[in-house]
Design a protein around this ligand. Structure first.
Ligand code: GDP
Ligand code: MG
Length: 294
């Protein structure tokens, strides 16, 4: 029975262990969806049920791979997720000085009135915890401090207990068995789209869409067969996507397969097709089938 629920935004500079912490909380591999701003058209939320509490971790840029531009990063973070959150986790590591990123984050956090929990990760590497803590002593926006090791699973239960105390009493926001509010199919499609965009760089001005036509686990072997179609607007774009001797499409397929395997935790046999569908954007039916809202 779920008695409390809430939204949690995880912030922190690259490499502090955000992905590791989330995997350790979820105890399963959730792949990183995107590091390009345009690839995640809809925010993905990761849901974790802990005791009587439904925790919804927001897909902040902190959860995604870091972007190159700090400004971009913070703008995204401010606009899209902080405002929805009931709690902000500010993840830091064992460093005993404040770097540029952390100063930036602290400036931002000063301006919100959402409760902030400072999570000091990599406690296994800390020699002098008091010294690490002292660099945050002046930030009165911090409600409390938790120390964890995401890698070694140290203190994660305690952290979850503390997080749940900030959640709101009331019913769940999502069905109890949901891990993300998007289907696996949708996420697999996004992973393919991300890899395609990465390979295509800026070559396809109006973008592409991906539709998963088939996604099925074999009955005799632990293999998932996936057939997906990459839609583009013009015949010339199709050529670009396929590349010379099909090389580009092969590259997209290979790197997408690796990500999808990590996400689904099963061997994947991925077949990609490229189809021209003029103005796919306007075709609401297709767009809907691909999992985007109208
Ligand atoms: P992110 O960029 O914030 O998502 O950071 P990652 O989760 O990718 O972690 C960055 C690096 O820190 C990886 O090499 C992790 O294995 C490592 N790491 C994460 N948590 C811990 C920890 O608790 N202790 C130690 N020693 N290393 C950690
Ligand atoms: Mg990460």
């Amino acid at each position: 029975m779920i008695n409390r629920a809430g939204f949690i935004a995880v912030l922190g500079r690259p490499n502090v262990g955000k992905s590791t912490l989330l995997s350790s909380i979820l105890k399963e591999k959730i792949s990183i969806i995107s590091n390009k701003p345009q690839t995640t058209r809809e925010k993905i939320k990761i849901i974790h049920l802990y005791k009587d509490c439904q925790m919804i971790f927001l897909d902040t840029p902190g959860i995604q791979k870091p972007r190159n531009k700090l400004g971009n990063y913070m703008e995204q973070a401010t606009l899209s997720s902080l405002s929805e959150a009931d709690l902000i986790l500010w993840l830091v590591d064992e460093s005993d000085y404040l770097g540029t990123w952390d100063k930036y984050i602290s400036e931002l956090l000063k301006k919100t009135n959402i409760p902030v929990m400072l999570v000091i990760n990599k406690v296994d590497l800390v020699e002098n915890l008091a010294k690490v803590k002292s660099i945050y002593a002046d930030f009165d926006f911090i409600n409390e401090i938790c120390t964890v090791s995401a890698k070694n699973n140290t203190n994660i239960e305690f952290l979850l207990d503390r997080i749940s105390s900030y959640m709101i009493e009331g019913p769940a926001f999502y069905p109890e068995d949901m891990i993300t509010d998007r289907s696996e199919r949708f996420i697999v499609g996004e992973l393919i789209r991300e890899k395609a965009l990465h390979y295509l760089d800026e070559e396809i001005p109006h973008g592409i869409a991906v539709e998963i036509e088939k996604m099925k686990n074999r009955e005799d072997k632990p293999i998932c067969d996936i057939d997906a179609v990459i839609y583009c607007e013009k015949q010339s774009h199709k050529g670009i996507i396929i590349g010379k001797n099909g090389r580009k499409l092969k590259g997209i397929g290979k790197s997408a397969r690796i990500e999808i395997q990590k996400f689904l935790d099963i061997q994947v046999n991925l077949t990609l097709w490229v189809k021209v569908n003029k103005n796919w954007r306007e075709k609401a039916e297709l767009v809907k089938r691909m999992g985007y809202k109208e």
